[in-house]
Write a protein that binds this ligand. Structure first.
Ligand code: PEP
Ligand code: MG
Length: 546
């Protein structure tokens, strides 16, 4: 049994036999051509055939993965016609008297390398797209046949890499999973895998290719990114158990998808999802969440080796908002410090970091960082239904400073002629006992509250949430914690504001009814808990006296 670690791009488990993906790689040789006109005609015919094939793939993708994801093949069609790309090929054929295959292969490599060298991760991922279209044109020039292996048994596809068109051409009925040695989670291949609901792992590394062979058994764990070759019986049993649990969840999903979050007596609530990255949006949509209740924006900073620029942040926030197509997206401003440390922030060493320069304190102490994020957020607000939320509030004056900063950022954008949504909701996290206790003063200043029960428990009970030794003292059901939540809910409603919970307790179904009785309007949970909570809500009757 051998275990390889890659990056899971779609969370599901598969067990089955391996089929090593064989591409009919064409050996491209440089040949001297006298009739360059004739060669250009061959090239045109091959391009026309490539476009026709891409049109067919686009239609297949449209049916299987929807318009947004099929769009990549429209882009491929455009790339085949791209002026710079074509000029480079034509120039090579005419000036060097070389065959079309060779000119396409060299130009494709050059363009792919140019994309790969770019700073932007999205542009880097386009490198695979250029290679894909170049290979397609070469195949058309040599008119080689099918690219896929055929077999009736379902299998786990293992490959060095898969091009988007190869991914979408896979017969979903027969593919249990796919695993690649290379690839990036930003690539369209990964995006397509998520949308096709195929368990997938990318970036397992070159070595796995030499270890595998057709017919070997493997376990693919798309949750953890683990690829287990020739698993023992205990590993297979554990994987089968996990797969059965997933199947059960899927059935629940089918039953509850599209249904309202409504109690038996007619009270509706919002069930949103918590995310830490754009990559989680597939899971949010798959689990039918009504919106995003907490986007922990600090992961963007933690994944970087330097401060993310306004533009980098803007692109990501915009993408999240556009993907959610008008549904609420609450982005929490930077919550760095305590357990989330970032080297390039050069934070001083603190005795008690959880009580130190953390979250809003860092942002107010270093307003240049905060302003950059606020500008990016407001710019993105024009592209969806944004709410901005501030963490670790304990004082009225903090909120006053924040609101002043927001006004000044908006004024700056107006002056620069940049659009933003004036009705962007502003909210705060209730995660310090102080915020809950003065929630009557804070409520008139914001549009909503969201309770961070993880920190509210830590700070109320004076229990370090990172310390497993004191787990039994860290009682999230403690009466003090629940009373503080109830107090914040009452104060929010007195001022006509809504209140949600986005800490882990929101998914604790033993408390769902208690939360609804307190008047909680929204619960934001990990994507995979959305339907479980919906199921519970739909079975609660608040008209029964308790
Ligand atoms: C919380 O404290 O409950 C919360 C949601 O924030 P985080 O877990 O990111 O501190
Ligand atoms: Mg918190």
């Amino acid at each position: 049994m051998l275990t390889y670690q890659g990056k899971g791009v779609y969370g599901a488990v598969a067990i089955g036999k391996i089929s090593v993906f064989k591409r009919q790689d064409v050996q491209v040789r440089r040949e001297k051509i006298e009739d360059t006109e004739g060669e250009l005609k061959r090239l045109e015919a091959a391009k026309a055939a490539a476009i026709e094939q891409l049109g067919e793939i686009y239609e297949k993708a449209l049916k299987e993965v929807g318009e947004a994801n099929a769009a990549i093949f429209e882009i491929h069609m455009m790339m085949v016609e791209d002026e710079d790309y074509n000029d480079a090929i034509t120039e090579m054929i005419t000036s060097q008297n070389v065959n079309a295959e060779y000119a396409v292969a060299i130009t494709g490599d050059n363009f792919a390398e140019m994309f790969a060298a770019m700073d932007d991760a999205y542009m880097q991922a386009r490198s695979a797209d250029v290679r894909d279209i170049s290979n397609r044109i070469i195949h058309c020039l040599t008119s080689s046949g099918s690219e896929e292996e055929t077999s009736d048994e379902p299998f786990i596809i293992c490959a060095d890499d898969l091009a988007p068109s190869e991914t979408v051409s896979l017969d979903k009925e027969r593919v249990l999973a796919f695993v690649t040695a290379h690839g990036s989670s930003n690539s369209h291949t990964a995006i397509l895998a998520r949308n096709m609901n195929i368990p997938a792992i990318i970036g397992v590394g070159e070595e796995f290719l030499t270890a595998i062979k057709d017919g070997d058994t493997a376990v693919v764990n798309g949750f953890t990114g683990e690829f287990i070759l020739n698993p023992d019986t205990a590993t297979i049993a554990a994987a089968e158990k996990k797969r059965a649990e997933e199947q059960e969840k899927k059935e629940l999903l089918q039953k509850l998808k599209g249904k309202e979050n409504i109690t038996l007596d007619g009270r509706k609530i919002n069930i949103y999802a918590n995310i830490g990255s754009v990559d989680n949006i597939g899971a949010v949509l798959l689990n039918d969440a009504g919106g995003i209740g907490l986007f922990r924006s600090e992961f963007l900073y933690l994944e970087n080796s330097d401060y993310p620029t306004e533009d980098e942040q803007f692109k990501i926030y915009k993408r999240v908002l556009e993907s959610m197509a008008g549904k609420k997206v609450i982005i929490r401003t930077l919550d760095i410090g305590a357990d989330k440390q970032c080297d390039y922030f050069h934070m001083p060493k603190e005795e008690n970091p959880a009580l130190g320069i953390r979250a809003i304190r860092l942002c107010l102490n270093r307003p240049e960082i905060f302003r950059t994020q606020l500008r990016a957020l407001y710019r993105a607000s024009a592209f969806g239904n944004l709410g901005i939320m501030f963490p670790m509030i304990a004082n009225v004056w903090e909120l006053e400073e924040i609101l002043d900063l927001c006004e000044s950022v908006k004024a700056e954008l107006t002056k620069d002629g940049i659009e933003y949504a004036e009705d962007t909701e502003l909210g705060i996290m209730i995660e310090t006992p102080a915020a809950a206790l003065i929630s009557d003063r804070l409520a008139p200043m914001v549009d909503f509250f969201s309770v961070g029960t993880n920190d509210l428990t830590q700070y109320t009970l004076a229990c370090d949430r990172q310390n497993p030794e004191i787990d039994r003292f860290c009682d999230t059901h403690h009466e003090a914690v629940l009373r503080l939540i109830g107090m914040a809910a009452d104060n929010a409603h007195k001022h006509g504001k809504w209140i949600g919970i986005c800490g882990e307790l929101a998914a604790d179904t033993s408390l769902t009814e208690a939360f609804l009785r307190m008047g909680i309007d929204e619960l934001s949970v990990s994507p995979s808990f959305v339907l479980k909570v919906r199921d519970i809500v739909r079975n609660i009757d608040l008209s029964e006296k308790k």
